[in-house]
Design a protein around this ligand. Structure first.
Ligand code: MOS
Length: 752
């Protein structure tokens, strides 16, 4: 790995206040110059190439593979099929805990979805492996594919998302609806979406006896290590994973996937290093996706324009063989202060890969429906949608009754509205046109995402040359985690960024937990903060108990670390350098470990969420139905901002995904064959530059004293929530047509 410099120019050196600085990405230059080495860029000596052969049917069994034809190809070394693949220590269909998802590792000849692996061809070159895979010419015994939310009997899932109850209620919804003077009932449909990280899942695996060395992108190194250890029956410590750079993950790299394990199996089979990279098409199946949803909302509103009831029912899909349920209805738990709320989920099993975590799982899907319904309710009450939200947003979390640890939503609404110019919005739809005759509409969506924390550890070191280091196996998917975490590390150690090393991205470093749930900066950051505070305390103990130190007798509480020195809080001039303290004590270095985890007492007492408000402008061609988002303003309150440049970029990314959710993304699965018809980036639409308007993300100051010592909430996923609804509501305001099916289609606009 090339050397990473922590600072790119001198203005990036800040004494004791690295947090809050808009530093550029530490690895930015390496990335834009092509120096950053992603997993698939590794070419160990003797490397062979593996290519997956995948199923073209969605259900049935493989009855024949022409392995001989593939093996006759001059470049092909081996063909791995269910009949010859190396044994595993664990059944890939075992489910020891709910977050261990089943994999297709050639355990039998069954096919459970299209694009499932049915063989792996290993060859001298990528071309030979690809040709070998094509020569397999599989035959199948095909069963009818079950596709779509009406494909089978529906059932109540055992749990949704990460173990949330499938149904929750507070108060009497039917009574609330009966007492309402205005009622809204509407069903919204959202499409299946697939993670389309720029970097596909890739692995370079090499065995040395029972030791395994892997290059692969991972959002959760320790979990990947544990899962691989279980499957291969080796100690986690025998597995070394390098994951310095990820070209996006979006949740699909949170758990090790079947194809990655197949790369390891292939390397084991041939006794040589093997590289396996998924094609874009092969990403549509084995690495997770977001289920389609049908969501029905019923709202009751009384004569004072206050919500009396929210009923949010979601129907989602899971695979035929495993359980993950998009917790879409849970979006109605926290935002609006109805005295009665009920949320429930039902599900159907279909012949696709198992859906999994995908950026704001549940919140993105559910808030689009909720924000659309709230908008419908506001209009039915003759109210401005912002005024309606200001009347109805929750002061305490409705579903739990807990106070919020902090909530700056009102400020998000008012500052966002002011910046956008919302006060000029006419109430009636289809009442604004621009000079070119395009219909113009303005919409609003509320954003919210829980402030989560998982478990992380870090190690901090101070050396007698006065420099320091922080070690943590953190994950940078491109969001800038390494930069933000290094800023936290520098402040924790009382060093300038260029006086410390930040080591990250490999599995031999302390476990940083998972980079997901928008919780990485808070969790890993708190581990770093804790490790830093402990090592500084050790250093202070050395100095204040040493008669030769100018700090003798100052006591820990009276000492501060800054610029590589400890000094008395009451007299800055009395102090000494870290190096002098260690040298006099005869130590080359001093270290400490720290932990980052949620505070259970605070979690029990408070509902912890980030909040925001997104305003969107669309222009719709009245003849062609073409929709263009022309302007978006988001205002977000997400606790302490560690690096405003990175945070703004996260908000922008989220807002673009929201736009994409409303207007672009849809995986289309053929109901007869069960094949995904647009498993590529030309027909699965994601926004390109021309689709993305002027974006503005305002950061609203928020001091949350309860979430964690640093006051950090997540910023990664909240931008999607709110944004999709804002676009949908703007389309309604432009056209008078209420979008109920997403992505919104041109033909629905033309019918207006
Ligand atoms: Mo995520 S879906 O928390 O990467």
């Amino acid at each position: 790995m090339p050397e990473l410099t922590l600072t790119q120019n001198p203005t990036h050196t800040r004494h004791g206040s690295n947090i809050g600085q808009p530093l550029t990405r530490r690895e930015g230059v390496l990335k834009v110059t092509g120096e950053a080495r992603y997993a698939a860029d590794n070419h160990p000596d003797g490397l062979l190439h593996a290519v997956l052969a995948v199923s073209s049917i969605a259900r049935g069994r493989v009855s024949f593979l022409d392995v001989d034809a593939a093996k006759r190809h001059p470049g092909v070394v081996e063909v791995m099929t269910p009949s010859n693949r190396p044994l595993l220590a664990e059944d890939p269909d075992a489910k020891v805990h709910p977050f261990m998802f089943r994999m297709e590792l050639l355990q039998n000849d069954q096919v459970r979805y299209a694009n499932q692996t049915i063989a792996v061809v290993i060859a001298e070159t990528l071309e030979a492996a690809t040709e070998g895979a094509a020569l397999l010419a599989p035959r199948y015994e095909t069963l009818p594919a079950r596709i779509g939310l009406d494909a089978g009997d529906s059932f109540v899932p055992p749990a949704v998302g990460v173990g949330n109850p499938s149904e929750m209620r507070r108060g009497d919804v039917e009574a609330g609806l009966a007492a309402a003077s205005t009622r809204i009932e509407a069903t919204y449909e959202t499409a299946a979406q697939y993670h389309n990280a720029m970097e596909p899942h890739a692995i370079v695996a090499a065995w040395d006896g029972d030791r395994l060395s892997i290059d692969t992108p991972s959002q959760g190194l320790a979990m990947a290590q544990g899962r691989i250890a279980g499957l291969f029956g080796i100690a986690p410590a025998n597995i070394h994973i390098r994951s310095p750079y990820l070209g996006g993950g979006f949740g699909s790299k949170g758990l090790i996937s079947g194809p990655q394990v197949l790369g390891i199996l292939a390397a084991k089979m041939v006794g040589k290093p093997v590289k396996l990279v998924l094609s874009r098409q092969q990403m549509y199946g084995p690495v997770g996706h977001r289920s389609a949803s049908h969501q029905t909302l019923r709202l009751g509103i009384d004569g004072d324009n206050r919500l009396t009831a929210i009923d949010h029912r979601a129907k989602v899909a899971t695979s035929s063989f495993d359980d993950f349920y998009e917790p879409a209805a849970d979006a109605s738990h926290t935002l609006y202060a109805a005295p009665a709320i009920a949320t429930s989920h039902s599900a159907v099993r279909v012949d696709t890969g198992t859906p999994l975590f995908m950026r704001a799982p549940g919140e993105a899907t559910g808030s689009l429906a909720l924000e659309s319904a709230i908008d419908e309710a506001a209009f039915a009450c003759g109210m401005d949608p912002l005024a309606f939200r200001l009347t109805n947003y929750a002061e305490v979390e409705p579903i739990t009754g807990k106070p919020f640890s902090s909530k700056a939503l009102r400020e998000c609404y008012t500052k966002g509205a002011e910046r956008f110019g919302w006060s000029k919005r006419p109430l009636a739809p289809r009442s604004m046109r621009n000079d070119a005759g395009l219909l113009v509409g303005w919409g609003l969506g509320t954003a919210t995402f829980p402030a989560l924390m998982f478990q992380a550890e870090a190690r901090a070191v101070i050396r007698n040359d006065g420099k320091g280091a922080v070690e943590i196996g953190a994950h940078d998917m491109g969001q800038g985690a390494w930069t933000a975490l290094a800023q936290i590390a520098a402040d924790a150690l009382g060093l300038d960024l260029d006086q410390m090393e930040f080591k990250s991205g490999t599995s031999d470093l302390p476990d940083a937990g998972i980079a997901g749930g928008s919780a990485h900066t808070a969790t890993a950051g708190m581990a770093i903060h804790d490790a830093g505070a402990t090592v500084i305390k050790k250093l202070a103990d050395l100095a204040t108990s040493d008669e030769r130190s100018p700090l003798f007798g100052a006591g820990n509480a009276g000492v501060a670390a800054r610029g590589g020195r400890l000094s008395r809080r009451d007299d800055d001039t009395r102090g000494e350098s870290f190096g002098d303290i260690l040298t006099r004590a005869g130590l080359t270095e001093i270290d400490a470990r720290g932990k980052g985890t949620a505070n259970p007492a605070a979690q029990a007492a408070y509902a912890m969420h980030a909040h925001g408000a997104v305003f969107a402008e669309v222009k719709v061609d009245p003849d062609l139905g073409q929709i263009r988002v022309t302007r978006m303003v988001g205002a977000f309150a997400c606790g302490r901002v560690i690096n405003p440049r990175m945070v703004r970029s996260q908000f922008h990314g989220g807002m673009i995904w929201g736009l994409s959710f409303a207007l672009h993304e849809e995986a289309i699965t053929d109901r007869r064959s069960g094949r995904i018809l647009n498993a590529n980036l030309s027909e699965y639409h994601v926004p390109v530059n021309a689709d993305v308007p002027s974006l503005e993300a305002l950061m609203i100051d928020e001091h949350d004293p309860h979430v964690n010592t640093l006051g950090i909430k997540g910023v990664g996923e909240i931008g999607i929530t709110g944004s999709a609804g804002a676009v949908a509501n703007a389309v309604w305001h432009a056209t008078g047509v209420r979008p109920r099916r997403f992505p919104i289609r041109i033909e629905e606009m033309i019918q207006s």
